[in-house]
Design a protein around this ligand. Structure first.
Ligand code: PRT
Ligand code: ZN
Length: 213
């Protein structure tokens, strides 16, 4: 019997519902939202692990999970060695630099020497280095948008979707450095049997996406 393909999904957050709905649309049934950390599909050789999104690239790099769904922002930031096998088109957002609404902004050189708070030090560092800008990157794990108002930083670099969080914190978006959506990642060394299951899964996902468009 073929070993099931192991798929890591976000337990609870902005990726969870759309990830579940994607498998449902593919006709793959499993228990979801029961608080369990693992669920086995009743009609496809797959088992699902429910994890924090930040941990998913590491599980997939190590081969503990064969596949995972994460935001591309998280996949790139963690720098793990995983393959991107499909772009899923949901959880779209951007990573942007924002500054206090009242501050003047004439271009990237205005960020030179500034202290920028972010949870994405690698993505921001790579971007600034590519643009030849030297700034201080202050890594914080959450509530990045309040950093300027409490004097912790002069700018922020955070995920933006509607823009309302920036607005309500008195900030304005000045540079978009990365555009993201949910992606499916895979362990780069999948054995042939698992690759066959992945191919079957991707065939169904493509059909679901084609039917939507
Ligand atoms: O608990 P766990 O660690 O699993 O989840 P998490 O809290 O780290 O992540 P979660 O569920 O918030 O986000 C998962 C993924 O969804 C992110 O990595 C992005 O790829 C994507 N995504 C899409 C977003 C947003 N939209 C989003 N709006 N991630 C975060 N936000 C936050 C942002 O950080 C900011 O605080 O929402 C706020 C901005 O939203 P707007 O609409 O006010 O601009
Ligand atoms: Zn997270």
């Amino acid at each position: 019997m073929t070993a099931p393909i192991r798929i890591a999904l976000q337990k609870s957050g902005r990726l969870s519902e759309d990830s579940y709905q994607l498998f449902k649309a593919c006709g793959i049934r499993f228990d979801y939202g029961t608080g369990k950390l693992k669920s086995v599909s009743s009609n496809f050789p797959a088992e699902f692990l429910f994890l924090r999104d930040d941990d998913i690239p590491g599980y997939v790099e190590d081969g503990v999970a064969d596949l995972g769904i994460v935001g591309e922002n998280v996949a790139v930031e963690t720098g793990r060695n995983v393959s991107t096998v499909h772009r899923l088109g949901f959880s779209k957002c951007r990573l942007s630099i924002a500054i206090p609404r009242g501050d003047a902004y004439n271009g990237l050189s205005d960020l030179e020497g500034k202290n920028i708070a972010t949870s994405y030090p690698n993505l921001l560092g790579t971007y600034l280095a590519g643009q030849g800008i030297k700034a201080e990157i202050h890594e914080i794990s959450g509530s990045v948008e309040i950093a300027p108002s409490i004097g912790l930083a002069e700018a922020v670099c955070d995920i933006v979707s509607s823009g309302s969080t920036l607005l309500s914190n008195g900030l304005k978006e000045v540079e978009t450095i990365f555009r993201s959506e949910a992606i499916m990642i895979a362990y780069p060394g999948l054995v042939a049997e698992k690759q066959t299951l992945l191919d079957q899964l991707l065939f169904r996902i493509n059909a679901v996406q084609a039917a939507k468009n």
